[in-house]
Write a protein of this length. Structure first.
Length: 424
């Protein structure tokens, strides 16, 4: 390998260009080639690396004698581009997610292992001064036995590119975009213990996600070997009162630690150590952390760039992110549809439900409103109906009742959805 690695940059939009700038400023590698279809993004990248060759295609770039490839393209391309680079003998640094599912991630890791080439993913929040302070405190033993972690990432704006909202291109919604950082942080801070159980809920527009769509709100709870419980929540377009809410808190028998963004910023973080009511500041802005993951990878590449067994942890992260989608698929595979009034009424009453519709959904005078099953004591967003009115609306709107009888563990399921009977 050359003393200074030669890199190809595939995708030089905002984040790809930022990583390029950080790497080139370090002097630890140079930009030999650029692949970018957008003229303006290409122009800005060439200003950073005027000597780099502009390539017409990935195949053409793969023919060059490069030491590594830095990938910042849409998520659907990550796995195939990473595998192609690894099989061509290049190390890879890729934006997250490495793949749209655990199978894609596993294939990339396998390709890296077979090629004996370095594989890195831009889990950039690990490298903030605040998270580094948390890790040092945890490793010192100052927290005692850690029994709970709570992590959130709410982006009040959401993504600005349409492909984020297409599951075929993105692999998922906010959980894939933001939750992957939270899962990574939790497992990385705790030393990647085995994940024994995951329960998760995903929503879109406030309603439970029942189809393979891109969720805009997700929660999950992870039970880890050793007894630690991890809770995560993430969202796009939440009413957050600020641009973003980004926090990680870990509680132990001897103390707690927390990192959180300052003033809604996506970039500024503080870290604190808590003991009872006392709080000690561990880290604060300013902190130019954005390119550190890329720089760590570049350093390793300059030292030889062989496969790092830590890449197997990427598969564990992806397996956790896969579970909510699998849970939706499992529910849908065991759900059945009926239009039989007696069966529907019996199913609802056996679960303590009541026939209802969304309050104020009759405005406009047509359709009779949006039907729901109310399982709450009093849900102010729902209006209770008698059964005759409920089934009148049900039939006039040609609805069918999609429902699941039993959960995976054998309990009574409350999963239900009103669907168009003509589509069944």
């Amino acid at each position: 390998m050359n003393e200074v690695p030669h890199l190809g940059f595939v995708g030089t939009g905002w984040i790809g260009r930022h990583r390029m700038e950080a790497i080139l400023a370090s002097g630890w590698a140079d930009a030999a080639a650029i692949l970018e279809p957008d003229p303006r993004a290409l122009e800005l990248a060439r200003a950073l690396a005027p000597g780099a060759r502009v390539m017409p295609s990935l195949d053409a770039l793969l023919q060059l004698p490069l030491d590594g490839m830095v990938i910042a393209t849409p998520s659907a391309l990550h796995a195939q581009q990473s595998i192609a680079a690894l099989e061509a003998g290049m190390a890879v640094f890729c934006q997250k997610p490495l793949g749209r599912n655990a199978a894609e991630v596993r294939a990339v890791v396998d390709a890296a292992r077979k090629a004996d080439r370095l594989l890195g993913v831009d889990f950039s929040y690990r490298h903030t001064a605040a998270v580094q302070a948390l890790r040092r405190t945890i490793e010192s033993g100052a927290l005692g036995q850690i029994y709970f972690a709570d992590l959130v990432f709410h982006n009040a704006y959401g993504p600005d590119k349409p492909w984020f909202f297409d599951p075929a291109q993105s692999g998922g919604g906010c959980l894939m975009d933001l939750g992957v950082h939270l899962v990574d942080l939790a497992l990385w801070l705790l030393g990647f213990p085995e994940v024994e159980h995951v329960s998760a809920r995903t929503r879109l527009g406030g309603a439970a996600l029942l189809e393979p769509e891109c969720e805009d709100f997700a929660t999950a709870e992870l039970d880890l070997a050793g007894g630690t419980t991890v809770r995560i929540a993430c969202s796009w377009h939440l009413h957050a009162g600020r641009d973003a809410v980004i926090e990680a808190t870990l509680q132990g028998t001897g103390g707690g630690v927390s990192m959180r963004n300052v003033g809604g910023s996506f970039y500024d973080f503080e870290a604190h150590l808590w003991r009872g009511t006392a709080s000690e500041l561990l880290a604060a802005p300013p902190d130019a952390w954005g390119g550190r993951a890329a720089l760590q990878w570049t350093k390793q590449l300059a030292r030889g760039g062989q496969f790092d067994r830590g890449a197997h942890e990427l598969v564990q992260i992806a397996e956790v992110i896969d579970i909510p989608r699998q849970q939706v698929e499992n529910v849908m595979s065991t759900a059945t549809t009926t239009t039989d009034h007696d069966k529907i009424r019996r199913w609802i009453e056996e679960r303590g439900g009541r026939p209802s519709r969304v309050a104020d959904s009759t405005r406009g005078g047509e359709g009779g409103g949006i039907l729901r099953v109310d399982f709450q004591d009093k849900d102010e967003g729902l209006e209770e109906l008698d059964w005759s009115e409920f089934f009148r609306i049900f039939d006039e709107n040609d609805l069918a009742f999609l429902h699941q009888d039993r959960t995976e563990d054998g309990g009574k399921s409350r999963f239900n959805k009103f669907v168009d009977r003509n589509d069944q």
